[in-house]
Write a protein that binds this ligand. Structure first.
Ligand code: IPE
Ligand code: IPE
Ligand code: MG
Length: 250
């Protein structure tokens, strides 16, 4: 298989472990979130260098709204600062920024900055950077179902015309290939309501490394591991090998 196809087209990341990183240093959790911002830049740089076309970062889940008010408030401030600081540079580097998740829960200050970041970078095509904020995989699937149901109720769509491709087009990231590789830092082995629909055949990779400690070597290990895996998509190993050699499946 050509080397290029061994690079994920789309990488999805759960950036976890900020709080524990701070606690290990006897500092408040928000210090960990601040340190985590550096790792976000490192991860974006890595993707640009590696030629990865799309990166989806889980920044804040639907469930994270339930955290203590001071932590949520501090995260929102960090979010505003990061948008004010980074968008111009990301634009210069050819990054297209998009946000997925329930925007109605954010303040006007944040919603305006999100819309601005998307509008400014809309024409870029080097890296599609998707920030999942106020995002939940179940909510994503529910919203897709609701939008299809509304079309059926209005007589614009017949139930029998609903297939996987149409459903996919109503979910977040419907315009991108699904993630090839998923990385979760922080040592926990779970999906935590991230991209439930989109991760159906994604390769999963977990590391104990806490998000603020992320380095390029760790990301490279994930990519090397990904490159060594055989993705079968339900077929047999022999069928996959045959297809790679240009033969029809046995
Ligand atoms: C991930 O780090 C960032 C967010 C969820 C906003 P955590 O804050 O979950 O860090 P831990 O898991 O408590 O260490
Ligand atoms: C997942 O991390 C959400 C983000 C990284 C934004 P959590 O820390 O919220 O997940 P759980 O609570 O350990 O499952
Ligand atoms: Mg966590």
């Amino acid at each position: 298989m050509p080397a290029a196809s061994r690079i994920p087209r789309h990488l999805a990341v759960i950036m976890d472990g900020n709080g524990r990183w701070a606690q290990q240093r006897h500092r408040p959790r928000i210090i960990g979130h601040r340190a985590g911002a550096r790792a976000v830049n490192l991860c974006i740089d890595f993707c640009l260098d590696a030629g990865i076309g799309a990166l989806t970062l889980f920044a804040f889940s639907s469930e994270n709204w339930g955290r203590p008010e001071d932590e949520v408030g501090a995260l929102m401030k960090l979010f505003i600062n990061a948008l004010d600081r980074e968008v111009d540079e990301l634009h210069r580097r050819g990054v297209r920024i998009g946000f997925i998740g329930d925007r109605s829960r954010f303040s006007e200050a944040i919603a305006t900055r999100m819309a601005h970041a998307e509008a400014v970078t809309a024409g870029n095509d080097r890296l599609a950077l998707n920030i999942a904020a106020s995002y939940g995989g179940r909510q994503d699937i529910t919203a897709a179902a609701r939008s299809l149901a509304a079309d059926v109720a209005a007589g614009r769509l017949r139930p029998e015309d609903i297939d996987e491709a149409l459903f996919d087009s109503r979910t977040a990231l419907g315009d991108l290939p699904p993630p090839d590789l998923f990385i979760r830092t922080g040592g926990d082995h779970r999906i935590s309501n991230f991209l439930l629909w989109q991760l159906a055949y994604t390769e999963l990779w977990f590391t104990e490394t806490l998000w603020p400690e992320l380095d390029a070597a760790t990301l490279q290990r994930a990519l090397d591991d990904y490159a060594s895996r055989e993705r079968r998509f339900g077929l047999t190993g022999a069928q996959v090998a045959g297809a790679q050699n240009g033969m029809s499946p046995a």
